[in-house]
Design a protein around this ligand. Structure first.
Ligand code: AKG
Length: 275
């Protein structure tokens, strides 16, 4: 355990109270982040015609480059401060917003979409470049993770890349905090925290990588998310509730299957996910 990345009691208290954490020491230096950003086109090159960066889901299962980012011990030190000693990685995806694009991420709670019990998951959002209000930084409503899971609705008039979102008025949007980050920094958020992000109105690209970690006591419903695989990051998996993934060896490779986005489909599409 690197003491610099070991959460203090005050940081843990803040996370428990607010459902997110900012102000953490950078995971990568600017120079390291520049190199990772230079590598990114090699991953993007594996997208098929008609696909977008949004379709890069769970490619840590086949790309060593991505796997190594998700398995960074500095990140695991932070996550251990939230989840305790036994946890696994199960998801990774890119959220890319090109300059002057209108796509948003509608207000939502991750746990609403995920067929996983109990709720004991944390997302690490890694900034590939500087992120602020102008280029569409993620916003989180402090304390919203304590209100339980709220009803999401299919949105009709929206630029959101998600198909289901929370109705305005069902949460305190006015108190939302922007996850402003410098390149190489991360934010952490709880799976029940209400969050979303506005459009990128700047001339700077916004690239974020989300990595999702859960305590080994969390079980995925394979009938809903059949591609679910775990990679133990720390400790021991005493529960053995889920399938275990195989470590990738190729630097850049994509899975043969196209992972179904639970975020896009949502629980009401269970039958589709079940095929
Ligand atoms: O990157 C964004 O704007 C949204 C990310 C998000 O919804 C998530 O990390 O769960």
């Amino acid at each position: 355990m690197n003491q610099e990345y070991s959460l203090t009691p005050e940081q843990k208290r803040f996370y428990n109270e607010n459902g997110y954490l900012l102000g953490l020491p950078p995971i990568y230096t600017r120079e390291e982040m520049r190199k990772l950003t230079d590598d990114l086109p090699q991953l993007m090159a594996l997208l098929r015609p008609g696909e977008t960066p949004k379709d890069i889901r769970e490619w840590h299962e086949t790309s060593r480059w991505l796997f190594d980012i998700c398995m960074n011990p500095k990140i695991h030190d932070l996550v251990e401060g939230i989840l305790g000693p036994d946890f696994y990685l199960w998801a990774s995806s890119f959220f890319v917003k090109e300059p002057h694009t209108k796509e948003t991420v509608g207000w939502h709670q991750d746990a609403y979409y995920w067929p996983m019990v109990p709720h004991n998951s944390v997302t690490v959002w890694l900034a590939f470049g500087d992120v602020d209000e102008e280029n569409g930084a993620m916003k989180i409503v402090p304390g919203s993770h304590k209100s339980g899971i709220l009803q999401h609705r299919r949105s009709t008039v929206t630029d959101s890349i998600l198909t289901l979102e929370l109705e305005r008025g069902s949460f305190r949007e006015d108190t939302a905090v922007s996850m402003r980050l410098k390149a190489g920094e991360v934010s952490l958020h709880d799976d029940a925290a209400v969050h979303g992000s506005p459009a990128n109105s700047s001339n700077r690209r916004r690239v974020g990588l989300t990595m999702r970690y859960s305590g080994t006591n969390v079980k995925n419903d394979l009938k809903v998310n059949p591609n679910f695989k775990t990679y133990l990051c720390r400790g021991v998996d005493r529960f053995q509730l889920n399938l275990v993934g195989v470590e990738p060896f190729e630097r850049f490779a994509r899975p043969a299957f196209v992972a179904t986005s639970i975020e896009e489909a949502g629980p009401e599409h269970e039958s589709i996910l079940k095929g």
